[in-house]
Write a protein that binds this ligand. Structure first.
Ligand code: FES
Ligand code: FES
Length: 157
């Protein structure tokens, strides 16, 4: 089948590009648009490193065929923070040593952004639930959960 034109709003910017049928959103972001923050881990929906926000909801972008989301808004880690400043989640991860090796970090931060956008005062259990699809191979989940709770407190103050 022929490639088709896809329009997305990515990090507040309109992007139009050609995609072969079945091309994943992750491949479009990384390989077509050059946005490398979302990582390619398992490429089968089981690690969460590729998490981005699609119309405000976290999705595993390796599982989304890009032609099915034509017209959608996408937010990636490149779209977090403003004017070169880190946002509260990024700062809390950095200062709380939650990045560890860092491979899972982009996906974790996007999952945290989605959580705090819909629930500004999550419980610890709600944080754990929100990142349950994101694998940290360092298995250092404690600092990550602490950082997300810290980010919620920073957003409140
Ligand atoms: S790369 Fe998408 S879930 Fe692992
Ligand atoms: S920080 Fe190492 S995999 Fe998450």
């Amino acid at each position: 089948m022929a490639s088709q034109v896809v329009n997305l709003r990515v990090n507040e910017r309109s992007r139009e590009f050609l995609a072969a049928p079945g091309t994943s959103l992750l491949s479009s972001l990384r390989d077509t648009l050059g946005l490398m923050a979302a990582k390619r881990g398992c490429a089968q929906g089981s690690c969460g490193t590729c998490t981005v926000l699609l119309d405000g909801r976290p999705v595993m972008s390796c599982l989304v065929a890009v032609e099915t989301v034509d017209g959608a808004s996408v937010r990636t880690l490149e779209g977090v923070g403003r004017d070169g400043e880190l946002d509260e989640v990024q700062s809390a991860f950095l200062e709380g040593f939650a990045t560890q090796c860092g491979f899972c970090t982009a996906g974790m931060i996007m999952a945290a952004e989605a959580l705090l956008d819909r629930n500004p005062e999550p419980t610890r259990d709600e944080v754990v639930e929100a990142i349950s699809g994101n694998v940290c191979r360092c298995t250092g989940y404690g600092p990550i959960v602490d950082a997300i709770l810290d980010a919620a407190a920073r957003r409140k103050s």
